[in-house]
Design a protein around this ligand. Sequence first.
Ligand SMILES: Nc1ncnc2c1ncn2[C@@H]1O[C@H](COP(=O)(O)OP(=O)(O)OP(=O)(O)O)[C@@H](O)[C@H]1O
Ligand SMILES: [Mg+2]
Length: 325
Amino acid sequence: MEEPILKVENLEVGVKKDTGFMNIVNNISFFLKKGETLGIVGESGCGKSMTSLSIMDLTPASVSLKSGKILLKDKDLTAMRKNERRKVRGKEIAMIFQEPMTSLNPVYTIGYQIVEMIRNHQNMTKKQAYQHALNMLQLVGIPRADEILHEYPHQLSGGMRQRVMIAMVLSCSPEILIADEPTTALDVTIQAQILELMKSLQEEMNMSIILITHDLGVVAEMCDRVVVMYAGEIVEESEVHELFENPKHPYTKGLLESLPDVDEDREYLSSIKGTVPSPSEMPEGCRFAPRCAFASEKCQEDPPVFRVNQKSSCKCWLFEDSTAE
Ligand SMILES: Nc1ncnc2c1ncn2[C@@H]1O[C@H](COP(=O)(O)OP(=O)(O)OP(=O)(O)O)[C@@H](O)[C@H]1O
Ligand SMILES: [Mg+2]
């Protein structure tokens, strides 16, 4: 198998407290291959955003990395100095957010911001960068791109802003794109267009994508492999077909059983009773056990990750007969 382009190993992220370190992300490991799309799914508060912000080194000030490695090819990002890390950001790994206004600056024109981004990472004259910005806007399907370059973010619709942000992050041809709920705030038609756009740009650039989403329909449409997160941990990792046809973890099954009504996409978890525990009140042993229909005595002990077959692994005692990883 080709070496993964990105490997996250035993990552622990959390908040320093007087009483000790409170984990938000607890010892997670996963990898991303060249050209593939990896989905990260899980209920609100499971640590999806903290995981991706850690990869970007963009976590809020109160949140820090406790241990683990983030390997981009052979380089361990966690061992880098801030300024080296900044160079990786944008050029090698870029991120788009749910709300594009978090990455667009309201006081500068679209053109200024894209040109700055390009010139920070690529050796181009202003004129070349401007031309490149124009090409990128056209590539993401923005009409009257030459006019838009002179406009400010607030003059655009949500869908257009999201396209601008995609054009901006892709203008430096990152090898890895992390998209955190990139389309949740958009209406269904625009959402489909943006996803289609990401897919075609991915093919063109052979980019690898980490796609964070609540929407299992989007996962089915876009992803090759999926990581399921629960309460700061990875409870299942599966190839996408395997995940839908033969889900392993009781939590994954719960997610699949509660696929949403079209217009109630935030409600899809109704079939799993209870809520995700907060980082300060994590249950001992298996963190899902208090909500799990299959829980037994054994679950008071924290299960390791078991490799179930070539296509999936699962952190649940039900798969004890498989090999521990
Ligand atoms: N600045 C912060 N300081 C301390 N804890 C935080 C901070 N931001 C988030 N958390 C906690 O970290 C946990 C994981 O949050 P995260 O934003 O990664 O979840 P998520 O899976 O992305 O959820 P969502 O689907 O709602 O975006 C939550 O329990 C949250 O309360
Ligand atoms: Mg999030």
